[in-house]
Write a protein that binds this ligand. Structure first.
Ligand code: AHG
Ligand code: MN
Ligand code: MN
Length: 340
């Protein structure tokens, strides 16, 4: 029997470098920095339940430092990993009002990549021991040499070079794409090594799971209300199952493997919904499409939206292609009915 040893993420990144003509290895180094940071954050997320106990002992951790909120910690770890390795020229994060111009080392000046990141997604779930994640999106800068500019970050999602997420769950996984399909790696916590566990992930074209915060039902647009009723109807394989964790990463990951749809629509107080285009919806949209799924704002493809601000929000519908198309159909019909 032929036995092959499992491929590690490190090996996979190097192997895939050959897919890019004239590759300088810069993207590989960038992905390796993310891989390292995610292991550090994973360690800390695993210990989250101990924070109160440690806090009771003087609010200090073992190094004698003040305990930090995990999303601040995750932000610092990812920024430090990207900064120290001089693999990017700029970083934008959910946790920072403005983008960061990375100009410390000689190499960073020359780097052509920018990273946008949600360092800890679903952070309200931390206290109750439920999955959280990290989301990242990578672009090539568009400005010429010199300090990174806002325009380098405000690119449509269809220009992404790579995107991915880490889900800190019952197992920790890193899932990413560089535009050649989606691959998932599971962390062996004893060895601190990610192994390729989910090669070439494909999202089923339809599924039986819908994920939406139904507590906001009354505030949703009519098209979304109609779609929810459609999901609940007893007809042609429905009702669907409702599953909502409240961590985009975890809800998305489940739907990706099982088939399903995730919706964060606009609602009366927030016409653009809640989720952020640049470091939540675009990366997830890129991954969904690379796995054969779709991502939309209800009317248009997410990846074709032209961002105007770093932290802008958008309604988000993402997952199995036939399910996303169905939502778009309901949205269009509702709009037509409102006009007539
Ligand atoms: P974050 O923790 O990065 O602020 O993101 C939380 C997001 C997303 O992960 C999740 O799906 C959504 O907010 C949940 O929002 P509601 O509680 O409004 O449903
Ligand atoms: Mn988030
Ligand atoms: Mn966050």
């Amino acid at each position: 029997m032929k036995s092959t040893s499992p491929l590690t993420l490190g090996e996979f990144i190097i192997d895939k470098q050959a897919d890019f003509q004239y590759s300088s290895g810069e993207l590989s180094r960038l992905l390796s920095a993310i891989r390292l940071a995610s292991k550090v954050v994973n360690q800390q997320v695993n210990k989250a339940g101990l924070v109160d106990i440690i806090g009771a002992m003087g609010n200090q951790n073992v190094q004698g430092e003040e305990q930090q909120k995990l999303d601040v910690f995750a932000n610092e770890v990812f920024i430090a990993a990207l900064n120290n390795r001089e693999v990017v020229c700029g970083i934008a994060s959910e946790e920072n009002e403005d983008f960061i111009d990375v100009r410390t080392g000689e190499n960073s000046q020359k780097s052509k990549y920018v990273v946008l990141i949600d360092p800890l997604d679903g952070s309200s779930n931390i206290d109750v021991n439920v999955n959280v994640g990290t989301i990242f999106s990578i672009y090539r800068r568009v400005s010429q040499d010199g300090p990174v500019q806002l325009e380098d970050f405000l690119q449509p999602g269809n220009k992404q070079v790579a995107a991915g997420y880490v889900v800190y769950g019952s197992s920790t996984m890193l899932v990413y794409t560089t535009g050649n399909g989606v691959n998932g790696f599971t962390l062996d916590p004893a060895l601190g090594v990610f192994y390729l566990s989910h090669p070439n992930i494909k999202i089923p074209t339809k599924g039986k799971i819908y994920s939406i915060n139904e507590g906001n039902y009354i505030k949703f647009p009519q098209g979304i209300k109609d779609y929810i009723k459609y999901c609940q109807e007893e007809k042609e394989g429905r009702p669907y199952t409702s599953r909502y964790i409240g961590s985009l990463v975890a809800d998305f990951h489940r739907n990706m493997l099982k088939g399903g749809i995730y919706i964060y629509p606009s609602y009366s107080q927030s016409p653009k919904g809640k989720l952020r285009l640049l470091y939540e919806c675009n990366p997830m949209g890129f991954l969904a499409e690379q796995a054969g799924g779709k991502a939309s704002n209800g009317f248009q493809r997410i990846l074709d939206l032209n961002p105007v601000e770093l932290h802008e929000r958008t309604p988000f519908v993402c997952g199995s292609s036939e399910m996303v198309e169905k939502v778009e159909e309901f949205m269009k019909n509702a709009e037509r009915n409102e006009k007539s």
